[in-house]
Design a protein around this ligand. Structure first.
Ligand code: AMP
Ligand code: ZN
Length: 401
């Protein structure tokens, strides 16, 4: 039995597809392509890869969709400031399109180096503007929107279950401290369509005038187009719970009248030496940085798997050294099993297999699964152990082939 923790219900739930079919319909919030992905972003996609591979090990097929945010995500993460892609374009003297192509390619290269299976449908937001406009029109028709001088906004007070995913309360946001909400009616209202300055490069015609989409609308529009609602699993980092995913739910459910998704899967953050990663602290690492320091992508993948996806992972080069040593040790032991012609008792193999997959099926408990791997490697060198590890365990781990 496969159990997955659902942020929406705050419980581990037995997994079944909504339509009872063998196909899991799954959406992942993709990268904002204005810089090389850092190790925190990469953790998110390694965890999702393990989730998908374990679903496959349980016999499911997967229809997976991911957006590429190449417009609308503002520097502030809110509704003010410059567009992240547009500001990177200025910084690097490239066009916004060149920036998003450059960093999408880098992202894809990192995915490959980390043995992450490609997502079936990958959609840049700028190629689905029509669908976003149509979703905003539906919201407008149903009375969920209002206009300010800088755009079309979603009125969160019209959606009573706005705080259901985050379990926050209205007073957490609006009581106590006074926030400057400008022309917005409520602090949690957010832009669906933004009017832009004349010099803005990424802009489109719309029923409300020339502008660009707000950040959240792309995921609602893309998920609706390629998966339909409700779908089975939606993934992202924990930072998305209170705003981005909350707003996705509000948009989709207000427009369609249907639930958006069944299971909300969120990975915890990577911190560096117990600190938040930030430019000013100079502690943001990319996969290329690690490779330049002599580590292999597999060492980082192993490090990520040593911690459950729901626990904060504190990155340090000491911990990466530890993961490298353990990984190299596994490779040595594996070579001995490979060279052996000895057989291992079937009951022992079955027991190890059960331990490994019971760990993964318990909400992707990768530390438990890695403990089962280590236990298997401690057996006398045997070709059966080699096959168990490489043909079965590694379908999910993706470390050894
Ligand atoms: P972004 O490129 O900022 O849109 O983020 C891509 C993914 O990485 C999202 O799912 C984020 O929630 C996730 N993420 C961002 N920072 C971190 C971090 N430090 N640790 C783990 N995941 C992160
Ligand atoms: Zn999203």
């Amino acid at each position: 039995m496969l159990k997955i923790y659902n942020t929406f219900t705050r419980t581990k739930e037995e997994f079944n597809t909504i339509d009872g079919s063998g196909i899991v319909r799954m959406y992942s919030c993709g990268p904002t392509v204005y810089h090389a992905a850092h190790i925190g972003n990469l953790r998110a996609y390694i965890n999702v890869d393990i989730l998908k591979k374990n679903l496959r090990a349980n016999g499911y097929g997967i229809l997976d969709v991911m957006n590429i945010t190449d417009v609308g995500h503002l520097v502030s993460d809110g509704d003010d400031g410059e567009d992240k892609v547009e500001s990177a374009a200025k910084r690097e003297g490239l066009s916004p399109e060149e920036i998003s192509i450059k960093y999408t390619s880098l992202f894809m290269k990192d995915m490959e180096r980390l043995h992450i299976t490609p997502t079936r449908i990958v959609v840049p937001a700028t190629l689905r503007i029509k669908e976003m406009i149509s979703l905003v029109e539906q919201l407008e028709k149903k009375g969920f929107t209002y206009k300010t001088k800088d755009g079309i906004y979603y009125d969160s007070s019209k959606f009573p279950s706005y705080f259901e995913l985050s379990k926050r309360e209205l007073k957490d946001n609006e009581g106590g401290k006074r926030v400057n909400i400008g022309e917005k009616k409520n602090a949690n209202d957010f832009a669906l369509w933004k009017f832009v300055k004349p010099e803005t490069i990424q802009k489109w015609e719309s029923p409300w005038g020339i502008g660009c989409p707000g950040w959240h609308i792309e995921c609602s529009a893309i998920a609706e187009k390629y998966l339909g609602t409700p779908f089975d699993i939606h993934t992202g980092g924990v930072d998305h719970i209170p705003i981005h995913h909350t707003n996705e739910i509000a948009q989709t459910e207000s427009a369609t009248g249907r639930k958006m998704c069944n299971i909300w899967f969120h990975n915890e953050f990577i911190k560096v030496n117990n600190d938040k990663m930030s430019k000013s602290k100079g502690n943001i690492w990319t996969l290329q940085d690690l490779i330049d320091k002599g580590y292999k992508p597999e060492h980082f993948r192993y490090l990520v798997m040593q911690t459950s996806y729901r626990t904060i992972l504190n990155f340090s080069f000491e911990s990466l050294d530890g993961a490298r040593n353990t990984y190299n040790n596994i490779i040595d032991k594996l070579a001995k099993h490979k060279a052996s012609k000895v057989k291992t008792d079937k009951a022992v193999i079955n027991g190890l297999r059960k331990e490994f997959f019971d760990g993964l099926n318990d909400d992707l408990n990768t530390p438990k699964a890695l403990a089962a791997l280590q236990k298997a490697l401690k057996e006398k060198p045997s070709e059966d152990i080699y096959k168990l590890v490489v043909d079965e365990f590694d379908r999910v781990l993706s470390l050894f082939s």
